[in-house]
Design a protein around this ligand. Structure first.
Ligand code: C5P
Length: 420
């Protein structure tokens, strides 16, 4: 998830009267802290000047698929890779038709075909063009493919008719951009297509989020955990070509795409889900599992004259230690996490030995760090070979680096196949 304040938007401006509103859209996005790069089609240049777009975005405007200079500076694949979201405004009937049919004869249509990012389209066209069966079919196909749409709105149009076809207003598009950014914006290739990915052909099982241990039907014991780091690792592993099973406790973030998600509540459910997802090449215990549970009451506990209820805490199974201790079918790489508030590396070393895992990813989660629930993380890798500390990075970047590190450790270890 990306906030608009740090988002990188690639704005594709098609050829329509509404193109003038895209200048305002670029301004509104930048006011909110987004970086906006623009691509304009040949038809778009009939409506607004690339120079106006360049002035409002503060960036070079890209126009031509076959420009040697542009391709040398920033190839068309790189343009979309370097964005969090592609916004097509105005999305003309022609651009939508090209995208629906996979045509790629200019920079804009090639980008739309080659991108791994979500696309938000703001259609703008004459109402008869919008209502034409061909456009209806194209829009339905694009929606099925995952393209997002905002508008068009009803209203009077430049051509003198009244009806649907007016491009959504810049602030409506900004709101749609914000909504699109609140869920994952990268569309990973199916694992079998990620040839040469660092984890191609490998199976990864990962736990993430907290567990909830019921006290009665309405109360529970839990650890604080947003699941952001665990989910990001699951996504990064899938992007590296692995087949990923994510066993997630209750979280408020979306499922990463390309990952098989198993939802659980309690530690015992999490252990059962992990065991049925094994064997795997790598097991990553990123969940904040509640260490204890209580014998849950069948009915809601009531406040009474006897004072607060007393609970006998029962220890939960240690999922990480259980997997690391498997006599047969132990994943070749078992990774634990250590979220600590003091003596981080010291506690992580102790965990490495006690839980018999191969690597512990340690981080300081004391409130002053803002790491708990935040978008950044500062981790140290604690292994039998020593400690490596990384600078503070976004959780997605930490995830990508961890996945690269896991792949490296896996390939330098024993080449056994996982077995049941
Ligand atoms: O013992 P502690 O909770 O500090 O250890 C943290 C590591 O152990 C994490 O990797 C966590 O996912 C894992 N763990 C587990 N099952 C538990 C407790 C912790 O898998 N019951």
């Amino acid at each position: 998830m990306t906030s608009l304040a740090s988002a990188r938007i690639l704005l594709v401006v098609g050829g329509g009267v509404a193109a003038y509103k895209s200048l305002d859209l670029a301004r509104r996005l930048r006011e909110r802290g987004a970086r906006v790069r623009a691509v304009i089609t040949r038809a778009g240049k009939h409506f607004i000047a690339p120079l106006s777009l360049a002035a409002l975005t503060g960036e070079k405007v890209f126009e031509d698929l076959f420009s040697l200079t542009d391709e040398a500076e920033m190839g068309h694949i790189e343009l979309s890779r370097d964005a969090d979201l592609i916004v097509v405004a105005p999305a003309t009937a022609d651009l939508l038709a090209k995208a629906a049919h996979g045509l790629a004869d200019d920079l804009a249509s090639t980008l739309l075909l080659a991108t791994d990012k979500k696309i938000l389209a703001a259609p703008a066209m004459n109402l008869r063009m919008w209502l034409a069966p061909a456009t209806r079919r194209n829009v339905a196909a694009l929606r099925d493919d995952g393209m997002l749409f905002i508008g068009p709105n009803d209203g009077s149009m430049a051509c003198g008719e009244f009806g649907p076809g007016r491009m959504a207003e810049p602030l409506e598009i900004v709101a749609a951009v914000e909504a699109a950014l609140s869920s994952p914006t990268t569309i990973p290739l199916p694992p079998s297509f990620v040839r040469g990915g660092a984890l191609a052909g490998k199976r990864v099982v990962i736990t993430s989020g907290p567990t909830h241990e019921p006290v009665d039907p309405v109360r529970y014991i839990a650890n604080r955990s947003s699941g952001k780091q665990g989910h990001a690792i699951a996504r990064a592993a899938a992007e590296a070509g692995a087949e990923v099973v994510l066993v997630s406790g209750p979280v408020a973030i979306p499922d990463p795409s390309g990952v098989d998600v198993v939802r659980v509540e309690t530690a015992r459910e999490m252990l059962a889900a992990v065991e049925s997802a094994l064997p795997a090449d790598i097991f990553i215990a990123a969940a904040a599992v509640a260490d204890w549970r209580v014998e849950a009451a069948g009915e809601k506990l009531k406040k009474g004259a006897d004072g607060p209820p007393r609970f006998a805490l029962v220890e939960n199974p240690d999922i990480l230690a259980t997997v690391a201790a498997r006599a047969s079918g132990r994943p070749r790489l078992v990774v634990g996490f250590a979220a600590e508030t003091e003596k981080v590396v010291e506690h992580a070393r102790a965990k490495l030995a006690r839980k018999k895992c191969d690597l512990v990813v340690a981080n300081d989660v004391s409130p002053a760090t803002g790491i708990m629930g935040g978008d950044a993380n500062e981790v140290s890798l604690v292994g039998p070979d020593g400690v490596e500390s990384w600078p503070k990075l976004g959780k997605d970047e930490v995830a990508r680096r961890l996945v690269a590190e896991f792949a490296r450790r896996l390939s330098s270890g024993q080449p056994d196949e996982p077995s049941r």
